[in-house]
Write a protein that binds this ligand. Structure first.
Ligand code: ADP
Ligand code: MG
Ligand code: ZN
Length: 608
């Protein structure tokens, strides 16, 4: 389209120039005076004319005093008839030299041919250029199999080394081996060792998989080819495969190097189980990757690093020996690593003296490296918006809440009644969380709306845990139901504010029965085969592997667990009514309560 416009402009310019030349040629050089035929007659009668030259329909007159003039006549009328019509004295006319000339080539052309030819030329030229442009686009569309204009170049911009990756000690240990392979391949070849072809990085989103892959390339100082799995998948079948081919071709030319395929689950899903249009394409692309990896010479020194957060959906063919047989798992950072990541990302940010990254790390259990980097960034933005020179601890706390729940929405109008309901609701969550020893301790209660939440109770696990017992889940259900329960006991009815609490509590109870085998009545087994299907977006489809009768029992069990949670919560709420009122009073006055003040009201959290 751009090209078309450019062509058009070019043509317009040419047109202007030609028109300019044309008009300057058409005008006579000496610019003789143009007079009427009557003037010529009277001049002839007055004996003032020395010569008349007729060229086409132009009559050039030279006077005796060497002045010139031009007369235009009708093309069909000859000069002699004209003159005789006007009754010129024959004697006087005889004294005038009259000659008739053929119209000169140029004039004739310009006047007669050009007005016809020029528009034709313009239209023809315009069409020509337009067609050529369209053809170009067409032939581009037709040649998509070749390369799709994607020129695979090693990524030089985002160099990283292991120093940029905080924590992730085990992962780095494993990857150091890969760096060795790339740096000193000979050492291994001499002993007949085969260098691994593929490394699969597994980990939750934002745990630093991409960063680690880059840093391997950076440490080994080899080119890094970056490609995202979704880039392979296109509308047309065969595009992905040909992209894979050209990527590997380019890489082979710059070996030793790393090919990084990010989000490989986009192409590497189990074959033969999908629905929807892009399925064939994925299969072909995946096959091509496998073929290329098998085709490596042992001495080629290309290592394919792939990353995914869904190892469970990967095709087993990807994982067999000779392909991605090395697997490196990257966990969410623990307390120590979180602090280290915060330190790495605060390097270029001026922190105030009161900023304590350790405390921030303690408050961010379950956060990924990317979340932590985001917190520091949000804090810096907050500080800049307040025209501060440094980032204070307060900004960091605010950033945590913003990242966890959403931005504060102080402008949202709430009535006093709504505010009161929210205060009771949140106080209920906080109270139950506090008095259940195995629930996470409360750090903050707020009734300022944030994101989608009307208010929120910030609970942070005191330590990083990977396993959970049944009683903890029941406590979680109790805490989730507490808001709903308090609303019911105080106001006699509940609001829609408790909807998401109920949904989450039900989901926990369902998992207890169907995933964790924690129901005594239904026994230690799972119910339902969860299968992810891609059809019109992402959708989890559950396949029932149990009977209608069991489904009924599952529902009963879920209700049972919910009732247990509710009983736990209501016992605490009934016992701590006085504390509840106190907390609500503070919330109504100040809108937020921090941990210290909260514990001064309710006392220290009971130990396990
Ligand atoms: P993934 O590919 O696992 O989704 P990324 O590698 O893209 O995650 O990480 C996103 C960002 O998070 C990185 O650019 C980096 O700023 C930050 N990050 C994640 N993990 C770490 C870490 N261990 N050390 C330092 N920064 C990290
Ligand atoms: Mg990534
Ligand atoms: Zn709630």
């Amino acid at each position: 389209m751009k090209k078309l416009i450019k062509n058009f402009l070019l043509f317009f310019l040419v047109f202007l120039i030609v028109a300019g030349i044309f008009s300057s040629l058409a005008g006579d050089d000496k610019k003789p005076a143009i007079v009427g035929i009557e003037a010529l007659i009277s001049q002839i009668n007055a004996d003032a004319v020395s010569e008349i030259v007729v060229t086409g329909d132009k009559i050039a007159v030279t006077l005796k005093d060497n002045q010139t003039e031009t007369i235009l006549k009708e093309p069909s009328e000859s000069l002699s008839t004209l003159l005789s019509n006007f009754k010129v004295e024959p004697a006087k006319l005889a004294a005038v030299k009259i000659s008739v000339k053929e119209p000169s080539g140029w004039d004739y052309w310009l006047v007669n041919i050009l007005p016809i030819v020029l528009p034709l030329l313009l239209i023809g030229g315009f069409l020509f250029f337009m067609l050529r442009g369209v053809q170009g686009a067409n032939s581009r569309a037709m040649s998509f199999g070749q390369n799709i204009g994607k020129d695979f170049k090693p990524d030089e911009k985002h160099r990283a080394t292991f120093k940029d990756v905080a924590g992730a000690k085990e992962a780095k240990e494993e990857l150091k081996e890969i760096v060795e392979f790339l740096k000193f391949p000979k050492k291994f070849h001499e002993l007949g060792a085969k260098i691994p072809r593929g490394v699969l990085l597994l980990g939750a989103p934002g745990t630093g998989k991409t960063l680690l892959a880059r840093s391997v390339a950076g440490e080994a100082q080899v080119p890094f080819f970056h490609m995202s799995g979704s880039e392979f998948v296109e509308m047309f079948v065969g595009v992905g495969a040909s992209r894979v081919r050209s990527l590997f071709e380019k890489a082979k030319k710059s070996a030793p190097c790393i090919i990084f395929i990010d989000e490989i689950d986009a192409v590497g899903r189990k074959r033969g189980s999908g629905m929807g249009g892009s399925h064939d394409e994925r299969e072909q692309t995946l096959n091509q990757i496998l073929v290329e990896m098998d085709g490596f010479e042992a001495t080629q020194n290309i290592i394919v690093v792939a990353a995914t957060n869904r190892p469970d959906v990967l095709d087993p063919a990807l994982l067999r020996p000779g392909r991605f047989d090395r697997r490196v798992t990257i966990d969410l950072p623990d307390l120590k690593d979180r602090e280290a990541i915060l330190i790495v990302h605060s390097q270029k940010k001026p922190l105030a003296k009161d900023a304590n990254l350790r405390v921030i790390a303690e408050r961010t259990s379950g956060f990924s490296g990317a979340d932590l980097a985001n917190i520091l960034n949000e804090a810096a933005i907050l500080a800049a918006r307040n025209n501060q020179k440094e980032i204070r601890n307060e900004d960091l706390f605010e950033a945590i809440e913003k990242v966890m729940i959403g931005p504060e929405r102080r402008s949202r109008v709430i009535t006093d009644k709504e505010k009161k309901i929210t205060a009771y609701h949140e106080a209920g969550h906080a109270l139950v969380a506090h008095f259940l020893p195995d629930a996470d301790p409360v750090h903050k209660i707020s009734i300022i709306s944030r994101g989608n939440a009307g208010g929120y109770t910030l609970k942070v696990p005191s330590e990083d845990r990977h396993m959970h017992a049944k009683s903890e889940f029941i406590s979680e259900i109790a805490v989730l139901l507490a808001g709903h329960l308090v609303e019911k006991t105080i106001f006699g009815e509940v609001t829609t504010g408790a909807t998401s609490d109920l949904r989450r509590a039900t989901a926990v109870a369902r998992s207890l029965v169907t995933d964790y085998g924690m129901s005594d009545n239904l026994g230690p087994r799972t119910y339902g085969e969860k299968e992810e299907m891609i059809f019109l977006g992402r959708e989890i489809h559950e396949q029932r592997d149990y009977s209608e009768k069991v489904a009924e029992k599952i529902d009963e069990e879920i209700s049972g667990f919910m009732a247990q949670g509710e009983a736990k919560a209501s016992a605490i709420i009934n016992k701590e009514k006085a504390s509840l009122e106190k907390i609500v009073a503070v919330l109504m006055a100040k809108e937020t309560i921090e941990k210290e003040e909260f514990e001064s009201i309710v006392g220290p959290k009971p130990a396990l």
